[in-house]
Write a new protein. Sequence first.
Length: 79
Amino acid sequence: MKLEFNDEAFSQLRNNPALLDGRGEAIAAACNADSEWGGYYATEPEFDGRTTFQRVFGADGRNDELRDLRLIKNLDAGQ
């Protein structure tokens, strides 16, 4: 069996901010649903020249995040 990867398709996936549309917001919303203070936010998708990414963070919620690991627990919400 021989597998061939479509490098052009992988490149298009990495370079397309539209693919992240709503994923970061869904993760932040799932984190806020479980949080007492509800301060999780998602940035707009960005492209840095190599790959597309989106940041999800808790504003002023460092102790909340350290205690409950909400971002890790709610990653599946972004699928």
